[in-house]
Write a protein that binds this ligand. Sequence first.
Ligand code: CS2
Length: 516
Amino acid sequence: MRLTLRTLSGIPEVCRPPVRPDQLQPGIVHIGLGAFHRAHQAVFTQQALVQAGGDWGIVGVAPRSVDVVGAMREQDGLFTVTRLRDGDASASATQVVGVHTRLLHALTEPAEVIAAVAAPTTRVVTLTVTEKAYRLDPATGRLRSDDPDLRADLSTVTEFDAPARTLPGMLLRGLAARAQADAGPLAVLCCDNLPDNGHRVAGMVTQALELLTTLTAGTVTAATASRLTEWVTANVAFPSSMVDRIVPATTPTLLERVERVLGVADRAAVGAEDFSQWVITDDFPGGRPAWEQAGAILTGDVSPWERVKLRLLNGAHSALAYLGALAGRATIADAIRLPGMHDFLTLLAQEVSTTLTPPPGLEPEKYAAAVRERFANSALGHRTIQVAMDGTQKLPQRVLAPLADLRTTGVSPRWTPLVLAGWMRFVRGYADDGSRLPLDDPLADRIADALRDAGGTDPASTVDALLGLRDVFPASIAEDPVIRSTVTAWLTELEKHGAAAVIAGIASRETIGPTG
Ligand code: CS2
C-alpha cells in the first residue's frame, strides 16, 4: 500500500497534510524535483497556502530522472518530510506535503513542460537544478557559449515539442512559448546556492538571447530572437533568493521509518533538519504566494544574507566534506567530531567573516557557531561524499571568492587555503588510508587530464596543474604567489601527516602552520 489521497485517512492524524493537491490550482512551475525542493520550497509554499490561500499549487518538473516523478504520480503528488533529530522517532516528526498538482518529466514530456511555463495561470517559475545545470563558467558566471548542447538547444528554441538538453535551453523554450502566447509577466526564482543567483540567471538568459541572435543554424530567425528579447525584458523578473536547509539524500532507513509511522509506503520521502530559512528579493510582477506568512524573509537585497550563507555555511560544509572524507569520515557529523575540527572551523569562520557585511542583526560568529551545531546533528547521516561532489562548481563562491576578497585587503589567509588544499588532495582520488574516493564533478575528465599532464606528483606540481583550470580559478587566485605557496604548504602537510593529524594539530600550530 502506498501513500495516496485514498490512503490518507488511514495514516496518523498528526502526519496528514493541511492542504490537498486535488483542491489546489497551479500557479508555480518548479524545475528540479530533488530532495531539497521537496523539503524547502514545497514546505514553505504549503504553509503559505494554509495561512493565506491562493492559486499556488506547484507543477513539479524533473529535468532528467524519472524516478521521483513516477513515485510522486503513484502517490497523487503526496510525499513526506521527516524532521531528523537525534533521539526523536515521534510520528509527528513526519509530515505529508500535498502541494504538487501535477508532475512532469522534461525528457519525455517536453511539450507539456513548455505549455506549463506558457500557461497564464503560471506566474512563478522556481529552480533547484544544482550549480552545474546553468552551464555557467564557474570563475566568471558567464554562459558557456561554446557548449554544444546549449547551442543545439538554442538553434531549436521554437521547437516546443523537442526535449531540451540543457536548463537554459528549456527555460528559453518556455519563455519563447510564453512570449508567443503573451501570457503575462513571470518571475523566475533561482533557489540554488549560486552568488547573486537572480542576477546570474538573468545574465544567463540575456547571454542566451544574445547567442540566439548570432546563431544561423536551426529554425530561429533574428526577428524571433529580437522579439523574444523585447518580451523577456518587459515581462520577466529574476529575483534572488538565499535558501537554507540541510537535506541529505534519502536512505533506506528513512523509507522504513516512514512506512512504520504511516502504515503505507512513501517512495518520495525526504528527511531534513528542523532549521529552514528562505530570504527572497520581493520582485514578482505576476504575484507570489504569501511566503512571508510561512517564515520567509522578503527583502530588497538578498546579497548580504546570501554571502554569509555561502561563505560561512557552505564553505565550512565543503571543508568538512573534503577533509572529513580524506580522514575516512563517512558523514558530516562524523567529520565535525574529528579532534581539532571545531577549532579549525572557528578559525576559518573568523578569517572569512572579515570579508562579510552581514545584514543588520546577524552576528557572523554566532551564525557560524549555530551552523557548527547543525552540522553535528548525526541523525542527518549527511555523507561527506555527497557534499564533496561538484567541487569545481561550488568552490568559486564558497572558498575562492572569500580568498580573493582577503587578498584584495592585503590579508595573507591561513585557514581558507587549507580547504582548497583539501579539495586538491581529494580530487587525486585517495583517502589518507589509501582507499579510493569517487570524483563526481562535471570537470572530472579535465581534472584527471591536468593531474596526468602535471610535471610530477609532488604538492607544487599538483597545485600548478589544478590552478591551471582557468574556468574555475581566476587569475586573481591562480597567479597570486601568497595563495599558491600557502595552498602548497597545506597540501604538503596533508600528504605528510594526513587530514586527521593536520586538523588535530591546528590549535597548537597557530604560529607554525604555513604562513605563505
Ligand atoms: C551542501 C548544501 O551539498 C552541499 O554542497 O553544502 O547542499 C547544503 O546542505 C545546503 O546549502 C544547506 O542549506
